[in-house]
Design a protein around this ligand. Structure first.
Ligand code: FAQ
Length: 309
């Protein structure tokens, strides 16, 4: 082991941060680029299912709040693309990998948002699951990623509240509204739980990620944490658990649950979910339509640079 590797290992060991200027193993860098680019793409593609409801939000207030939330997601994408750029990949390359199917984004965004109650379920469950993961990522070993997560988590907690507020309005509203809330919960529950990734025993990257302290807690641990605190929120809403086998286990101190449908998960991850094609086509179209904006911004930046010089 040379002195650079020893210095890297010591930083990891002491739970100090690895910074862009520091030496790092090539595999550590590649691992982070994979995870951070996937995270960034998720934030950006994740704007689509919610954008679907912007023009149909039921009040001016709900429209303003939803718009603010979606704009936050765009901001999260930008922070994360910037984090990945510090590792030596450009945003253009990452977007190209997404368009060529070489980079992934979270499975959850390949499900349709059919009713206004789905805006509640997305904020409550999808952002709720995202925060559960991201709170632990605040302690990740790569400095820029860890600092980005601190800010993102603050905004995500507002998103979770926005979703839960919609769920409360629907669940405590008319019988039809309550039915819509239940239906949204039923459709989003298992896909939200699968956001945490495969079981630990099937997770290809977890073991190395945890050695490098990129990942602080495992997929199953975070999923169980999310289930344990969300069950009480379902009960407060007066809704039924979407999982008939969900019950408190005195011995483990956790809720038991049904097995997940991993065939469905891999089907969605591999591009065959209900909205995969639509999400990607939309991203490609918008990227193409907005080419002139990127060109104008680059030309303006060049002009300003020349004037300053
Ligand atoms: N979807 O070995 P593992 C948000 C892939 S942000 C798609 O366990 P890892 C905010 C995985 O990439 C949501 N693919 O992988 C928001 C790998 O394939 P690969 C996104 C998945 O990396 C809310 C393979 O399976 N959050 O929602 C998924 O150790 C509302 C094997 O899996 C993040 O990205 C999945 N669910 O653990 C925005 C957080 N799960 O790459 C808008 C950062 C696994 O070898 C609206 N990421 N795969 O081809 C992570 O923490 C991790 O990457 C995991 C997966 C936990 C997602």
């Amino acid at each position: 082991m040379d002195k650079f590797e020893a210095a890297f290992n010591e930083l990891i060991e002491k739970e100090l941060k690895i910074e862009p200027r520091d030496w790092m193993p090539e595999k550590y860098r590649e691992h982070l680029i994979r995870q951070v680019s996937q995270h960034a793409h998720s934030e950006v593609i994740g704007m689509q299912p919610e954008g679907n409801w912007l023009l149909r939000a039921p009040s001016l207030r709900s429209k303003q709040v939803l718009l603010a939330k979606i704009q936050d997601e765009a901001g999260h994408g930008l922070y994360l693309y910037s984090v990945a750029e510090t590792l030596g990949i450009s945003r253009q390359e990452m977007v190209q990998q997404l368009h060529e199917g070489k980079a992934k984004y979270s499975s959850i965004f390949n499900y349709p948002t059919l009713t206004w109650a789905d805006m509640g379920a997305v904020g409550w469950l999808v952002d709720g699951a995202a925060i559960t993961n991201q709170v632990s990522l605040q302690r990740t070993s790569y400095g820029p990623y860890s600092r980005g997560m601190v800010r993102i988590c603050k905004e995500e907690s507002f998103h979770q509240r926005q979703g839960y507020e919609i769920m409360m309005q629907m669940a405590f509203g008319t019988p039809e509204q309550k039915e819509m809330a239940q239906d949204a919960l039923n459709r989003f529950w298992f896909p939200a739980l699968m956001m945490f990734g495969p079981h630990d025993k099937d997770s290809a990257h977890s073991s190395q990620a945890m050695k490098w302290k990129i990942k602080i807690e495992s997929n199953d641990h975070l999923r169980q944490k999310f289930i344990d605190h969300t069950v009480k929120q379902i009960e407060y809403l007066g809704l039924k658990s979407p999982d008939p086998n969900m019950k408190w286990n005195e011995a483990t101190g956790h809720y038991d649950h049904s097995p997940f449908n991993w065939d469905e998960f891999w089907n969605v991850v591999n591009g065959n979910g209900p909205c995969n094609q639509e999400r990607l086509d939309h991203h490609k179209k918008v990227h193409n339509d907005n080419k002139w904006v990127r060109e104008a911004a680059a030309a303006y930046a060049l002009k300003t640079e020349t004037q300053v010089a």
